[in-house]
Design a binder for this molecule. Structure first.
Ligand SMILES: Cc1cc2nc3c(=O)[nH]c(=O)nc-3n(C[C@H](O)[C@H](O)[C@H](O)COP(=O)(O)OP(=O)(O)OC[C@H]3O[C@@H](n4cnc5c(N)ncnc54)[C@H](O)[C@@H]3O)c2cc1C
Length: 395
């Protein structure tokens, strides 16, 4: 742990992907920052989460010098597969958009980001508890933290909340000055990581009468599988045998026949929701990433949105520090939110189209779901729209 400075230009609350990328990109632009992170470094580095990196997100990482291992160890995917009513459809990203996505675990990316901010010399203050933010309505904000029983204060020009969905930064915006939008989905995902070869070279999204399933991967030896479960399910409900047999039942026979199962090395239950808190700025406090918006993982957008918020914000902060301009900072929330709402819409669309919604008494909505999938399976234009959203709309 670095010594705790008493002054910096930008204090970043939260050292996840958004916070650590922000610190690095600011360093590249000659702007110093300090990260205050609630958890230990090891805890942050061990969290298993996202895996799909959009075309442009990968370029941003590469251009800023964080892409070496991603390029060497990640997997370029030029398409994904959809399974529905016994048929398989490949959405050909490369053919339809000229772009692709990269499969590279968030855990690995987090390691790369911590390595680069260590090399940059950015102070990462872990185990920083009780974070407090003051002075954001004036010109000299102050961030206070407690660490191992000692109180510390850091003076700064700007504060950025990158502390994820359970963070506290947004609470420093007065309730009357922000608005939240939320959609809870009546199911969750049960996810298993296993030391088995992936069932396919590309991701498979399956819509089935028994519920949704997703076959994903981390590398040639490590697979990630998800199935839709009831909203109130717990890990105890899903011993490995039950998980594998439910997954197998939801996949097309040709896929299920080649599925290799094995002991789970990690298992999670994750609720699905869409949630947005607007605006992304109050005075000298800014929000980025999951601190301001969460999308269901179906569209693989959360990490990518964190990256795009950060890129917009770095340009805006550099505009201020280099030229004294507040224009970029004034426009940040509007510009970033336009992209966020596109991703909210896409993630909602994927989720609604592919999951079974419990408690729907007549089957009107089910027929609409089938019509949506039939249209997608039959129309190249619909496939192009899906592909362009999945690989990431241009910034
Ligand atoms: C199962 C699953 C699959 C996913 N798949 C994908 C995918 O394929 N592609 C994709 O783009 N996204 C995906 N996501 C979403 C992605 O993981 C998140 O959007 C991403 O982690 C957001 O990064 P962040 O830095 O904004 O927030 P976080 O990763 O949540 O980081 C926030 C950090 O702030 C810290 N913190 C919290 N509170 C405080 C506090 N009070 N003080 C100081 N620090 C604090 C936390 O410890 C954490 O380190 C997935 C998510 C899940 C759950």
């Amino acid at each position: 742990m670095s010594e705790i400075p008493t002054r910096t230009r930008v204090v970043i609350i939260g050292g996840g992907p958004a916070g650590s990328l922000l610190a690095h990109l600011l360093h590249v632009r000659g702007i110093d920052s300090v990260i205050v992170e609630l958890r230990t470094r090891d805890h942050v580095l061990e969290r298993v989460r996202a895996g799909v990196i959009e075309h442009e997100s990968a370029e941003i990482l590469r251009d800023s010098g964080v892409g070496k291992r991603m390029d060497a160890e990640g997997f370029v995917h030029e398409g994904v597969n959809l399974a529905h009513a016994g048929q398989m459809l490949r959405i050909d990203f490369q053919g339809l958009t000229g772009k692709h996505v990269t499969i590279y675990g968030q855990t690995e990316l987090q390691k790369d980001l911590y390595d680069v901010i260590d090399a940059d010399g950015v102070p990462l203050i872990d185990e920083a508890e009780g974070v407090r933010v003051g002075g954001i309505d004036g010109d000299s904000p102050m961030v206070g933290i407690d660490r191992h029983g000692q109180e510390h204060n850091i003076a700064c020009d700007f504060v950025v909340g990158c502390d994820g969905a359970h963070g506290v930064s947004r609470d420093f915006i007065p309730p009357g000055a922000r608005h939240s939008y939320e959609r809870q989905y009546p199911f969750c995902w049960v996810g298993v990581l296993s030391e088995t070869p992936p069932v396919d070279d590309e991701l498979i999204y399956a819509s089935h009468e028994r519920g949704f399933a997703l076959c994903s991967m981390r590398n040639e030896h490590r697979s990630r599988y998800y199935i839709q479960g009831p909203a109130d399910t717990t890990l105890d409900d899903w011993p490995d045998d039950r998980f594998w047999s439910e997954l197998t039942a939801r996949l097309p026979e040709t896929v299920a026949d080649r599925l290799e199962t094995g002991p789970s090395i990690e298992k999670i239950v994750t609720p699905l929701r869409s949630w947005v808190s607007e605006p992304l700025r109050h005075g000298r406090l800014f929000l980025a990433g999951d601190a301001a918006h969460v999308v269901p993982p179906t569209g693989a957008k959360g990490l990518n949105l964190a990256i795009s918020d950060v890129v917009y914000l770095v340009d805006a902060l550099a505009g201020h520090f280099d030229h004294g301009s507040m224009t970029g900072l004034d426009e940040y929330s509007g510009v970033a939110m336009a992209r966020v709402w596109n991703a909210v819409r896409f993630s909602w669309w994927m989720t609604t189209m592919l999951h079974r919604f419990p408690g729907i008494s007549d089957d009107f909505e089910r027929r609409l779901q089938r019509a949506e999938l039939d249209y997608l399976f039959g129309s190249e234009n619909a496939q192009r729209a899906m592909a362009e959203n999945y690989v990431g709309l241009p910034r």
